[in-house]
Design a protein around this ligand. Structure first.
Ligand SMILES: CC(C)(COP(=O)(O)OP(=O)(O)OC[C@H]1O[C@@H](n2cnc3c(N)ncnc32)[C@H](O)[C@@H]1OP(=O)(O)O)[C@@H](O)C(=O)NCCC(=O)NCCS
Length: 363
């Protein structure tokens, strides 16, 4: 057995073929079409493989992302395409590969690792826990909008710059280049719906589907509410179906407006999160508290324990899982400890950190 190691450039096509055959056996596209920024020669050093007799038998990759939130800048390692050949399962190959991916992410200064999975128990073995929040709203009725003048289009043949510019208006984004948006627009099995104003300016966008995933889910969207609502009305009528809109908890105005129309959301976890660099994360959070003018907040890790609170009111825990759910939600501070009122006020100002990943970034 050889590895885990990144593949050589000459081995790359073999790796893509292994992952495509293993995870997408019935699709007529390659896994690299679905995840164009993760399966990319520029990301080769973040791919890990194991070989047996020169054949790929196990694989996983990371894609480092920078998420800009109002409080802190987070470096996140998305982990995906974790797979072992059926003939080689239960021999600890994925364990070795994931451990190596996590070590590499840590060495690259990633604060956390994040993934999406149907088998959470597998990842709990690596101290990942379900955390963060995302809302799903079934758009099953006409939404109110003042914009009756827009023109609509369903096509991926649009300028990436237009999407990029609207995307930048979001409060929480991952740093993306226009070239990355251009690649995302080409993902198979995806419908790109757009709304245009009289000056041919992009007023809103909504992306449904992504390769084998997210069918019927709008996972990327942008634009102000009247324009977005007009676009969602168009999506309903043009597709003769009710799409599900994925929204972050911090899109409070949007979520409130949907609720006032009688559309309630279902609350889900954002994904599975593992804190990789507790020391770095604690320091970032402490700095954020100082930036908010909070001077006496304690949030530290010493040896295996976390210390949270204020002088004279310190809670100590060794549970990184509790800390993960406190920092990123969905737990409230009271769910881990009966904090005093002043500490509680500080914790509620800081947490949960509004972490968010738009659908194109999921790997
Ligand atoms: C899940 C998968 C990657 C595991 O690969 P593997 O090489 O057999 O895993 P390992 O042998 O390293 O197992 C590591 C540990 O996880 C456990 N484990 C393996 N598969 C598991 C599963 N499906 N659910 C829960 N635990 C699992 C093993 O028992 C082992 O536990 P231990 O260390 O306590 O003994 C493999 O079954 C696979 O390729 N499945 C299909 C693709 C898939 O589902 N990928 C994950 C998508 S997010």
């Amino acid at each position: 057995m050889e590895g885990p190691r990144p593949p050589f450039e000459s081995e790359y096509s073999k790796v893509v073929e292994f992952v495509s055959n293993s995870l997408r056996p019935h699709q007529n596209w390659s896994i690299s079409d679905e995840y164009p920024t993760a399966f990319n020669l520029a990301n080769l050093n973040n791919i890990r493989v194991m070989f047996h007799e020169k054949e790929v038998v196990s694989h996983a990759l990371i894609k480092p992302l920078v998420i800009k939130t109002p409080l802190i800048l987070l470096k996140v390692a998305g982990i995906g395409s974790v797979v072992t050949a059926t003939s080689h399962r239960q021999q600890g190959l994925s364990r070795q590969i994931i451990d190596d991916c996590l070590k590499s992410a840590e060495n690259q200064g990633c604060d956390i690792a994040l993934l999406w999975t149907e088998i959470p128990d597998f990842y709990r073995k690596f101290q990942f826990e379900l955390a963060g929040t995302e809302n799903h709203s079934l758009i099953d009725r006409e939404l109110p909008t003042s914009r009756k003048d827009l023109k609509f289009l369903t096509s991926s043949q649009i300028a990436p710059e237009a999407i990029y510019n609207l995307y930048q208006k979001h409060q929480i984004t991952t740093l993306r280049s226009i070239d990355e948006v251009k690649r995302f627009l080409k993902i198979p099995n995806s419908n790109i719906h757009t709304a245009w104003d009289a000056n041919h300016r992009l007023a809103a966008y909504a992306v449904e589907g992504k390769g084998s995933d997210l069918k019927g889910y709008i996972h990327e969207w942008g634009g102000n509410l009247p324009e977005l609502f007009a676009l969602l009305n168009y999506v309903r009528t043009s597709t003769q179906s009710n799409p599900r809109l994925i929204t972050p908890a911090h899109s409070r105005n949007l979520n409130r407006q949907l609720k006032s129309c009688g559309i309630t959301h279902q609350e889900n976890f954002l994904g599975m999160i593992k804190i990789l660099r507790p020391d770095l994360l604690c320091a970032k959070i402490k700095k954020a508290s100082r930036d908010l003018g909070i001077s006496d907040f304690i949030f530290e890790k010493q040896n295996n324990d976390f210390y949270i609170g204020r002088p004279g009111h310190i809670f100590k825990t060794d549970s990184i899982i509790d800390i993960t759910k406190l920092i990123f939600g969905p737990w409230t501070p009271n769910q881990i400890h009966p904090f005093d009122d002043a500490s509680l006020e500080i914790l509620n100002r800081l947490f949960p950190i509004d972490i968010w990943l738009w659908g194109w970034d999921s790997i």
